[in-house]
Design a protein around this ligand. Structure first.
Ligand SMILES: [Fe+2]
Ligand SMILES: [Fe+2]
Length: 475
């Protein structure tokens, strides 16, 4: 195998060329990564020239360089945000001590687990989205899908770098395992449930990038507080890319709404059957997709009470969202937090030790952030003069982890019987008919500047290019 010129092939700011051990480890991993990309990356896209953003450094000029590139030749780089001189640990039992440049032996297993769990989500979403290119609603959207995909690939590189650099042989084995698990596979699935769900159509993709990439944002924000400095610095840089993924989701759903509202006004109807006949996605169907993606995603934060969450915080591995901006003692001993449980068929709040409730704290921060974007979607509906409003469901709705698992709760937050659930679930979650209808709209539109009927064009193109720019050149 030819030697890799790291500064060229793998843009980086971690002195790759000077670390022989790491270089050898990555040299062995890279061909396996490319094999994985060929097998599980975007279907049938190997020869396309795609207008992609590549990071070649972390500064403002370098982190977003645009140009046409074939995806297998994408330069997946490794970047850490610049070190903060004299950075101190700012929460947990070690508060006030120097941040760690290396992994403390006693926290090795937990840190490895945190990095592997984060790393596993990155290739998982690429696998979930691999067929979407075949039904892209436009070149612009196709390009955005591929941008998200290559950056999730880069996020995998970021985590594998940490595993190789700081975890020796164990880390190399984890690096291989990250390429072996497969989203939705019976025998060797991805670690977290939402990353084993299918992303079968573009509405699901936009909901996924709005809701589930936002989970990514919150996890990365919590890890950006970590006492393990290389983890903090690499996740900080990942966050700059994550913003685009959520933009793809928010603007995607927004454009679907815009198109639907336009059709509602033209046809003067809110009848889903008539709107479906006109080839647009009715708002109640959008609401059901929203309910699904929201509920599946908030499960990702884990059980509402968790001794692991307490340990990760107290030992300084994982902080809270915006830890540095909070006005408390950053140790949280003796403090409490309210979590939901069920008593005599009713949802009740109970106070539990805050440290054990940190998954719930992060989930609540996430929910506040998600709701804000849904309100921006509602502005589009309001502007069209239509009385319908989208709503995030109650956080107890359709949950599959923690105290709320197994309780049937309506989107309004009312506990319901199994029979009531069965009678209404078709109004709350996407039905097979809904999914078949959405699937029926998915056709491939790839002429520059053309858009599928069910979605409005964006207001502007990528990187100040026109909307009808040739974002993808097909071989
Ligand atoms: Fe990611
Ligand atoms: Fe992402």
């Amino acid at each position: 195998m030819a030697a890799i010129d790291y500064s060229e092939k793998i843009p980086n700011n971690v002195n790759l060329a000077e670390d022989r051990t790491l270089q050898r480890a990555l040299e062995q991993w890279q061909p396996n990564y490319l094999e994985w990309w060929k097998d599980m990356g975007p279907d049938g896209s190997q020869d396309f020239d795609v207008y992609l953003r590549t990071a070649v450094s972390v500064d403002p000029q370098g982190w977003a360089q645009f140009g046409h590139v074939k995806m297998p030749d994408y330069r997946w780089g490794i970047f850490l945000n610049p070190a903060e001189k004299g950075r101190k640990i700012h929460f947990g039992d070690h508060k006030g001590e120097d941040a760690w440049a290396d992994v403390p032996g006693e926290y090795r297993a937990n840190l490895r687990r945190i990095i592997v769990t984060q790393g596993d989500t990155e290739p998982a979403s690429v696998e979930q989205q691999r067929h979407l290119g075949l039904t892209a609603p436009s070149q612009y959207d196709l390009r955005n899908l591929f941008q998200v995909n290559v950056e999730e690939g880069r996020h995998l590189w970021a985590m594998v770098y940490l595993l190789h650099k700081y975890f020796g042989r164990d880390g190399r084995e984890e690096g291989e395992a990250l390429l072996e698990r497969r989203s939705g596979n019976q025998d060797n699935p991805r670690i977290l449930e939402a990353f084993n769900e299918k992303t079968p159509d573009w509405l699901s993709f936009f909901m996924f990038t709005y809701f589930t990439d936002r989970d990514g944002k919150f996890q990365l924000c919590a890890l950006a507080e970590s006492s393990f400095d290389p983890l903090a610095r690499t996740t900080k840089f990942m966050l700059t890319e994550e913003a685009h993924h959520m933009f793809v989701g928010e603007s995607g759903v927004s454009r679907v709404i815009q198109r639907t509202c336009q059709s509602m006004n033209e046809l003067k109807t809110d009848d889903p059957a008539k709107l479906r006949a006109a080839g647009v996605i009715d708002l109640p169907t959008l609401q059901r997709y929203l309910n699904f993606h929201f509920s599946v995603t908030i499960d990702l934060f884990g059980a509402d009470e968790s001794s692991n969450a307490a340990t990760f915080y107290s030992t300084g591995l994982k902080g809270r969202y915006e830890e540095g901006k909070r006005q408390d003692d950053h140790q949280l001993r003796g403090q409490t937090y309210r979590v939901l449980g069920v008593q005599n068929g009713q949802l009740v709040e109970r106070e539990v030790p805050m440290l054990n409730a940190l998954n719930e704290v992060l989930r609540d921060d996430y929910i506040r952030d998600s709701v804000a974007g849904v309100e921006r979607w509602n502005k589009v509906i309001e502007k069209a003069g239509i009385p319908f409003r989208l709503k995030t469901p109650h956080k107890a709705f359709h949950r599959n982890i923690g105290a709320l698992k197994g309780v049937k709760v309506a989107p309004t937050g009312q506990v319901v019987s199994e029979a009531e659930w069965q009678a209404n679930v078709g109004q709350w979650l996407p039905t097979d008919t809904d999914r078949a209808f959405v699937a029926s709209l998915m056709g491939r539109v790839v002429e520059p500047g053309k858009f599928a009927n069910w979605i409005a064009p964006p207001v502007m193109g990528i990187n100040r290019q026109p909307v009808d720019f040739e974002y993808v050149r097909f071989a």
